[in-house]
Design a protein around this ligand. Structure first.
Ligand SMILES: C[S@@+](CC[C@H](N)C(=O)[O-])C[C@H]1O[C@@H](n2cnc3c(N)ncnc32)[C@H](O)[C@@H]1O
Length: 257
Protein backbone atom coordinates (compact mmCIF):
# COMPACT_ATOMS: atom_id res chain seq x y z
CA UNK A 1 0.00 0.00 0.00
CA UNK A 2 3.03 2.28 0.06
CA UNK A 3 3.79 2.65 -3.61
CA UNK A 4 1.81 3.40 -6.74
CA UNK A 5 0.16 0.26 -8.02
CA UNK A 6 0.51 0.59 -11.76
CA UNK A 7 0.44 -3.20 -12.22
CA UNK A 8 -3.32 -3.19 -11.89
CA UNK A 9 -3.49 -1.94 -15.48
CA UNK A 10 -0.50 -3.86 -16.78
CA UNK A 11 -2.24 -6.59 -18.74
CA UNK A 12 -4.58 -6.74 -21.71
CA UNK A 13 -7.37 -8.53 -19.85
CA UNK A 14 -7.59 -5.92 -17.09
CA UNK A 15 -7.45 -3.11 -19.64
CA UNK A 16 -10.44 -4.71 -21.38
CA UNK A 17 -12.22 -5.22 -18.05
CA UNK A 18 -11.68 -1.52 -17.23
CA UNK A 19 -13.55 -0.59 -20.39
CA UNK A 20 -16.32 -3.08 -19.57
CA UNK A 21 -16.78 -1.35 -16.21
CA UNK A 22 -16.44 2.30 -17.22
CA UNK A 23 -16.82 2.72 -21.00
CA UNK A 24 -20.34 4.14 -20.62
CA UNK A 25 -19.37 6.73 -17.98
CA UNK A 26 -18.98 10.18 -19.54
CA UNK A 27 -20.29 12.66 -16.93
CA UNK A 28 -16.96 14.51 -16.84
CA UNK A 29 -16.24 14.88 -20.58
CA UNK A 30 -18.06 18.24 -20.95
CA UNK A 31 -16.01 19.62 -18.05
CA UNK A 32 -12.67 18.90 -19.73
CA UNK A 33 -13.98 20.08 -23.10
CA UNK A 34 -15.01 23.37 -21.50
CA UNK A 35 -11.51 23.94 -20.09
CA UNK A 36 -9.86 22.75 -23.31
CA UNK A 37 -11.78 25.35 -25.34
CA UNK A 38 -10.49 28.19 -23.15
CA UNK A 39 -7.10 28.08 -24.90
CA UNK A 40 -5.45 27.01 -28.12
CA UNK A 41 -3.20 24.07 -28.90
CA UNK A 42 -3.29 20.52 -27.61
CA UNK A 43 -4.23 19.58 -24.06
CA UNK A 44 -2.44 17.00 -21.92
CA UNK A 45 -4.30 14.25 -20.09
CA UNK A 46 -2.20 12.41 -17.50
CA UNK A 47 -3.40 8.91 -16.55
CA UNK A 48 -5.38 8.93 -19.82
CA UNK A 49 -5.79 5.15 -19.72
CA UNK A 50 -7.81 3.61 -22.55
CA UNK A 51 -9.21 6.99 -23.54
CA UNK A 52 -12.54 7.21 -21.76
CA UNK A 53 -12.13 11.03 -21.81
CA UNK A 54 -9.44 11.46 -24.50
CA UNK A 55 -11.51 9.72 -27.21
CA UNK A 56 -14.64 11.91 -26.93
CA UNK A 57 -12.41 15.02 -26.85
CA UNK A 58 -10.77 13.89 -30.10
CA UNK A 59 -14.22 13.26 -31.55
CA UNK A 60 -15.10 16.85 -30.65
CA UNK A 61 -12.11 18.10 -32.65
CA UNK A 62 -9.68 18.76 -29.80
CA UNK A 63 -6.00 17.76 -29.98
CA UNK A 64 -4.92 15.61 -27.04
CA UNK A 65 -1.61 14.29 -25.71
CA UNK A 66 -2.47 11.19 -23.68
CA UNK A 67 0.05 10.06 -21.06
CA UNK A 68 -0.10 6.82 -19.08
CA UNK A 69 2.27 4.14 -17.77
CA UNK A 70 0.16 1.26 -19.03
CA UNK A 71 0.97 0.00 -22.53
CA UNK A 72 -2.23 -2.16 -22.69
CA UNK A 73 -4.43 0.82 -21.75
CA UNK A 74 -2.71 3.06 -24.33
CA UNK A 75 -3.02 0.32 -26.95
CA UNK A 76 -6.78 0.27 -26.41
CA UNK A 77 -6.84 4.07 -26.65
CA UNK A 78 -5.22 3.90 -30.09
CA UNK A 79 -7.31 1.05 -31.47
CA UNK A 80 -10.72 2.67 -32.09
CA UNK A 81 -11.26 4.58 -35.29
CA UNK A 82 -12.61 7.93 -34.20
CA UNK A 83 -14.89 10.04 -36.32
CA UNK A 84 -13.34 13.23 -34.94
CA UNK A 85 -10.79 15.60 -36.33
CA UNK A 86 -8.67 15.97 -33.18
CA UNK A 87 -5.06 14.81 -33.30
CA UNK A 88 -3.82 12.23 -30.79
CA UNK A 89 -0.30 11.82 -29.42
CA UNK A 90 0.35 9.01 -26.98
CA UNK A 91 3.12 9.05 -24.38
CA UNK A 92 3.99 6.02 -22.27
CA UNK A 93 5.38 7.68 -19.16
CA UNK A 94 4.94 8.16 -15.45
CA UNK A 95 2.90 11.08 -14.08
CA UNK A 96 5.60 11.58 -11.42
CA UNK A 97 8.53 12.14 -13.78
CA UNK A 98 7.39 13.03 -17.29
CA UNK A 99 9.27 15.75 -19.16
CA UNK A 100 7.88 16.45 -22.60
CA UNK A 101 9.72 19.75 -23.09
CA UNK A 102 6.54 21.64 -23.95
CA UNK A 103 3.74 23.51 -22.22
CA UNK A 104 -0.04 23.18 -22.39
CA UNK A 105 -2.88 25.51 -21.52
CA UNK A 106 -4.67 22.54 -19.94
CA UNK A 107 -3.28 19.53 -18.10
CA UNK A 108 -5.89 17.31 -16.50
CA UNK A 109 -6.18 14.16 -14.45
CA UNK A 110 -9.67 12.64 -14.47
CA UNK A 111 -11.62 10.24 -12.30
CA UNK A 112 -9.58 10.38 -9.09
CA UNK A 113 -6.48 9.03 -10.84
CA UNK A 114 -4.20 11.43 -8.94
CA UNK A 115 -5.21 9.59 -5.75
CA UNK A 116 -3.29 6.55 -6.97
CA UNK A 117 -0.25 8.39 -5.65
CA UNK A 118 0.05 7.09 -2.12
CA UNK A 119 2.86 9.18 -0.70
CA UNK A 120 3.39 12.93 -0.35
CA UNK A 121 6.69 12.56 -2.27
CA UNK A 122 4.88 11.02 -5.24
CA UNK A 123 2.10 13.62 -5.12
CA UNK A 124 4.66 16.45 -5.15
CA UNK A 125 6.73 14.83 -7.90
CA UNK A 126 3.61 14.69 -10.06
CA UNK A 127 2.53 18.26 -9.30
CA UNK A 128 6.04 19.54 -10.07
CA UNK A 129 5.95 17.73 -13.42
CA UNK A 130 2.53 19.24 -14.08
CA UNK A 131 3.80 22.75 -13.18
CA UNK A 132 6.67 22.39 -15.70
CA UNK A 133 4.14 21.64 -18.43
CA UNK A 134 1.70 24.51 -17.81
CA UNK A 135 1.72 27.78 -19.73
CA UNK A 136 1.76 30.97 -17.65
CA UNK A 137 -2.03 31.23 -17.66
CA UNK A 138 -2.64 27.48 -18.02
CA UNK A 139 -4.81 25.36 -15.75
CA UNK A 140 -4.41 21.97 -14.10
CA UNK A 141 -7.77 20.31 -13.46
CA UNK A 142 -8.03 17.20 -11.31
CA UNK A 143 -11.05 15.35 -10.05
CA UNK A 144 -10.57 13.99 -6.55
CA UNK A 145 -13.00 12.26 -4.25
CA UNK A 146 -14.65 14.41 -1.62
CA UNK A 147 -13.51 13.35 1.88
CA UNK A 148 -17.10 13.39 3.12
CA UNK A 149 -18.29 11.08 0.35
CA UNK A 150 -15.81 8.31 1.15
CA UNK A 151 -17.14 5.46 3.25
CA UNK A 152 -14.33 4.95 5.76
CA UNK A 153 -15.90 1.86 7.32
CA UNK A 154 -14.24 -1.31 6.09
CA UNK A 155 -16.69 -3.36 4.01
CA UNK A 156 -16.97 -6.73 5.77
CA UNK A 157 -18.66 -8.54 2.88
CA UNK A 158 -17.83 -9.27 -0.72
CA UNK A 159 -20.54 -7.43 -2.62
CA UNK A 160 -22.04 -8.58 -5.90
CA UNK A 161 -22.16 -5.71 -8.40
CA UNK A 162 -23.19 -7.09 -11.79
CA UNK A 163 -22.97 -9.82 -14.41
CA UNK A 164 -22.40 -8.79 -18.04
CA UNK A 165 -21.39 -10.62 -21.21
CA UNK A 166 -17.82 -10.09 -22.40
CA UNK A 167 -18.30 -8.00 -25.59
CA UNK A 168 -15.52 -10.02 -27.31
CA UNK A 169 -16.49 -13.61 -26.38
CA UNK A 170 -20.02 -13.43 -24.92
CA UNK A 171 -18.79 -15.23 -21.77
CA UNK A 172 -20.58 -13.96 -18.63
CA UNK A 173 -18.36 -11.93 -16.30
CA UNK A 174 -19.43 -11.24 -12.70
CA UNK A 175 -17.98 -8.31 -10.77
CA UNK A 176 -17.62 -8.51 -6.98
CA UNK A 177 -15.94 -5.98 -4.73
CA UNK A 178 -14.98 -5.24 -1.18
CA UNK A 179 -13.25 -2.25 0.41
CA UNK A 180 -10.73 -1.80 3.19
CA UNK A 181 -10.11 1.70 4.47
CA UNK A 182 -7.91 3.53 6.90
CA UNK A 183 -9.09 7.02 7.82
CA UNK A 184 -5.88 7.56 9.77
CA UNK A 185 -3.79 6.95 6.65
CA UNK A 186 -6.41 8.50 4.31
CA UNK A 187 -6.19 5.33 2.19
CA UNK A 188 -8.91 3.12 0.73
CA UNK A 189 -8.15 -0.21 -0.92
CA UNK A 190 -10.75 -1.67 -3.24
CA UNK A 191 -10.44 -5.36 -4.02
CA UNK A 192 -12.27 -6.07 -7.23
CA UNK A 193 -12.89 -9.62 -8.42
CA UNK A 194 -13.94 -10.62 -11.92
CA UNK A 195 -15.30 -14.16 -12.33
CA UNK A 196 -15.56 -15.30 -15.93
CA UNK A 197 -17.49 -18.47 -16.82
CA UNK A 198 -15.75 -19.93 -19.88
CA UNK A 199 -17.68 -21.83 -22.58
CA UNK A 200 -16.62 -25.16 -21.00
CA UNK A 201 -18.21 -24.09 -17.68
CA UNK A 202 -14.99 -23.33 -15.81
CA UNK A 203 -14.89 -20.21 -13.60
CA UNK A 204 -11.72 -18.13 -14.08
CA UNK A 205 -11.11 -15.54 -11.39
CA UNK A 206 -8.99 -12.37 -11.75
CA UNK A 207 -8.44 -10.07 -8.80
CA UNK A 208 -7.22 -6.50 -8.70
CA UNK A 209 -6.43 -4.18 -5.80
CA UNK A 210 -6.77 -0.43 -6.22
CA UNK A 211 -5.33 1.68 -3.42
CA UNK A 212 -6.16 5.37 -3.32
CA UNK A 213 -5.06 8.10 -0.96
CA UNK A 214 -7.70 10.74 -0.30
CA UNK A 215 -6.74 14.42 -0.14
CA UNK A 216 -8.44 17.16 1.88
CA UNK A 217 -9.62 20.57 0.67
CA UNK A 218 -6.85 22.41 2.57
CA UNK A 219 -4.16 19.74 2.15
CA UNK A 220 -4.25 20.30 -1.60
CA UNK A 221 -3.51 24.02 -1.10
CA UNK A 222 -0.15 23.18 0.52
CA UNK A 223 0.70 20.43 -1.95
CA UNK A 224 0.09 22.81 -4.85
CA UNK A 225 2.10 25.57 -3.17
CA UNK A 226 5.07 23.26 -2.59
CA UNK A 227 5.03 22.42 -6.30
CA UNK A 228 4.90 26.01 -7.55
CA UNK A 229 1.15 26.00 -8.16
CA UNK A 230 -1.82 27.72 -6.52
CA UNK A 231 -5.42 26.73 -6.05
CA UNK A 232 -7.44 28.86 -8.49
CA UNK A 233 -10.88 27.29 -7.86
CA UNK A 234 -12.50 24.33 -6.25
CA UNK A 235 -15.85 22.87 -7.32
CA UNK A 236 -18.12 20.15 -6.01
CA UNK A 237 -19.09 18.55 -9.31
CA UNK A 238 -18.38 18.40 -13.03
CA UNK A 239 -21.06 21.09 -13.59
CA UNK A 240 -18.80 23.46 -11.61
CA UNK A 241 -21.30 23.74 -8.76
CA UNK A 242 -19.90 24.81 -5.35
CA UNK A 243 -17.96 22.37 -3.18
CA UNK A 244 -20.17 21.63 -0.16
CA UNK A 245 -20.79 18.93 2.46
CA UNK A 246 -23.07 17.24 -0.06
CA UNK A 247 -20.43 17.03 -2.82
CA UNK A 248 -19.33 13.56 -3.93
CA UNK A 249 -16.21 14.91 -5.61
CA UNK A 250 -13.80 17.78 -5.40
CA UNK A 251 -12.76 19.36 -8.69
CA UNK A 252 -9.47 21.15 -8.16
CA UNK A 253 -8.41 23.86 -10.60
CA UNK A 254 -4.82 25.01 -10.18
CA UNK A 255 -2.62 27.58 -11.89
CA UNK A 256 1.07 28.51 -11.81
CA UNK A 257 2.11 30.83 -8.99
C1 LIG B 1 -8.74 4.83 -13.17
S1 LIG B 1 -7.75 4.75 -14.64
C2 LIG B 1 -8.29 6.24 -15.40
C3 LIG B 1 -8.28 6.17 -16.91
C4 LIG B 1 -8.99 7.34 -17.59
N1 LIG B 1 -8.34 8.62 -17.36
C5 LIG B 1 -10.44 7.45 -17.13
O1 LIG B 1 -10.81 8.49 -16.59
O2 LIG B 1 -11.19 6.50 -17.32
C6 LIG B 1 -6.19 5.15 -13.97
C7 LIG B 1 -5.03 5.17 -14.99
O3 LIG B 1 -3.89 5.69 -14.34
C8 LIG B 1 -2.74 5.05 -14.86
N2 LIG B 1 -1.63 5.24 -13.91
C9 LIG B 1 -1.48 4.73 -12.67
N3 LIG B 1 -0.35 5.18 -12.09
C10 LIG B 1 0.24 5.99 -13.02
C11 LIG B 1 1.44 6.75 -13.03
N4 LIG B 1 2.27 6.77 -11.98
N5 LIG B 1 1.73 7.48 -14.12
C12 LIG B 1 0.90 7.48 -15.21
N6 LIG B 1 -0.24 6.75 -15.28
C13 LIG B 1 -0.57 6.02 -14.18
C14 LIG B 1 -3.19 3.60 -15.02
O4 LIG B 1 -2.35 2.90 -15.92
C15 LIG B 1 -4.61 3.80 -15.52
O5 LIG B 1 -4.67 3.80 -16.93
Amino acid sequence: MDSTDVDAYADDEFAALYDLVYAEYDDDVDLYEQFARRGTGPVLEICAGSGRVTLPLLERGLDVVALDTSAPMLERLQSPVTGGTGRLRVVEDDMRSFDLGEQFHLVFCAFGSFEQLLTTEDQLACLRSVARHLTTDGRFVAELRSLTAIDWRPEPALLYEWTKPDPATGEPITKLRTQAASGARQVTVDTVIFDRVTTDGIVRRRQIEVAMRAIGRYEIVFLLQAAGLRLADVYGDTDLSPYTDASDRMIVVAAKV
